[in-house]
Design a protein around this ligand. Structure first.
Ligand code: T46
Length: 136
């Protein structure tokens, strides 16, 4: 599965911590968009889609949450509970974010501008997309 957990260097001194992320160096794409998710209601599940081309990096910079990842063959769940832990997600991966702590802030770095046409929101369509990509 084309996903990767990345541990970023923490610059720690008596004043506190700093984490820096550089495009195409610390993560394998250029950053065209940043968004963040917070104040997620208890029990809410977000995502429930895949992307045709978008690549992203997720970091829970405060609190914690879980991300279920599915490439059409296997499913794994990753817990994001550390501000220096990044989760790289390539395209064609179904994702579901859940179990947000009330203080969770999920920061996302994205390889493309927002484009609703890049979303696959139907699971059967997603499996078809995976199959067609493999057949090419
Ligand atoms: C993803 C996961 C991790 C925008 O207008 N611009 C944006 O850049 C984004 C990301 C969203 N929106 C609007 C579209 C919806 O009206 O914000 C609303 C909520 O978006 P959505 O329901 O897609 O949010 P999530 O949390 O289900 O999914 C988001 C990303 O959309 C998605 O790409 O991989 O976070």
């Amino acid at each position: 599965m084309d996903v990767n957990k990345l541990l970023f260097r923490v610059h720690n001194d008596v004043r506190g911590n700093l984490v820096a992320i550089e495009e195409e160096k610390d993560i394998p794409f250029q950053i065209k968009r940043i968004y963040y998710i917070y104040n997620v209601m208890e029990g809410a599940v977000r995502g429930l889609h895949a992307h045709k081309s978008l690549k992203q990096l997720l970091i829970c910079i405060h609190g914690n949450c879980k991300v279920l990842l599915d490439d059409g063959k296997e499913k794994i769940t990753v817990e994001l509970d550390n501000p220096n832990l990044g989760l790289y997600i390539s395209n064609a991966i179904w994702r579901e974010m859940s179990d947000f702590s009330s203080d969770a802030v999920l920061l996302v770095l994205a390889s493309e501008h927002y484009d609703e046409n890049d979303y696959i929101r139907d699971y059967k369509e997603f499996l078809q997309f995976v199959k067609e990509s493999e057949d090419k």
